[in-house]
Design a protein around this ligand. Sequence first.
Ligand code: GLU
Length: 277
Amino acid sequence: MRINRAMRVGIGAAAVALAATLTACGGGDEGTALDHAEEGKLTVGIKFDQPGLGLRNTDGTYSGLDVEVAKYVGDKLGVKPEDITFKESPSAQRETLIENGQVDFIVATYSITDSRKEKVDFAGPYYVAGQDLLVRADNTDITGPDSLAGKKVCSVSGSTPAQNIQKNYPQAQLQTYDTYSLCIEALRSGAIDAVTTDNVILAGYAAQSPGTFKLVNETFTTENYGIGVKKGDQETRDQINDALEAMFADGAWQAALEKSFAGTGFAVPEPPAVDRY
Ligand code: GLU
């Protein structure tokens, strides 16, 4: 068959379209989390400095409840643990990391809130925590959020506990850092009087330094930990919710909690009900 000019133009246009598609795919941030899982790999946002939740160990391995949840969900989506790339996701950067496609989803002590839901969607919850206070072991005058007037209190930018102190306990002298481990060092050195965030995070730090810190143990908020996904990606959210329900049902969730919270004194509760909003 003789190829005429019209056909040549057609072939050329198809080639340009194909090239454009290939470029888009090569960008790394195109495609949904499920597309990436189908290709056999996932990028999951976690914390790197929160013992019991999301921790990068000195040998390069990762541990904690969020890591266990990420691996279980990954497995249900057909991705082996070694094919998950963990990306550090500090509190203030989580929505942006999801919106920009730099992570497929985030499992990072990430509370489900209405204002965050304007930018991202959440599967879960998979754990319910509550805001609490951590002080030095010899402290006796900080007994709850109402005793924070004039006290230097550390939390993390972009976190719900920092917002809560700012809004509801304005007499406290709030200092915000990028990570909770920086707050812990400031508490240890005496630069600040208390660290505030979720009880389970604080308990993880207390367990790492026995006898140094004390959890006030009076939670004053409810923090529903969700898995952050791209806004509108209903299919990914549904499949993650299915995976969480399977994890609750087959005992893997209970085992992950027992292992991750060992030494904190935290008991394994009943699993929460996932919210298919
Ligand atoms: N769960 C709270 C939040 O999502 C505090 C813990 C954190 O900053 O990761 O803001």
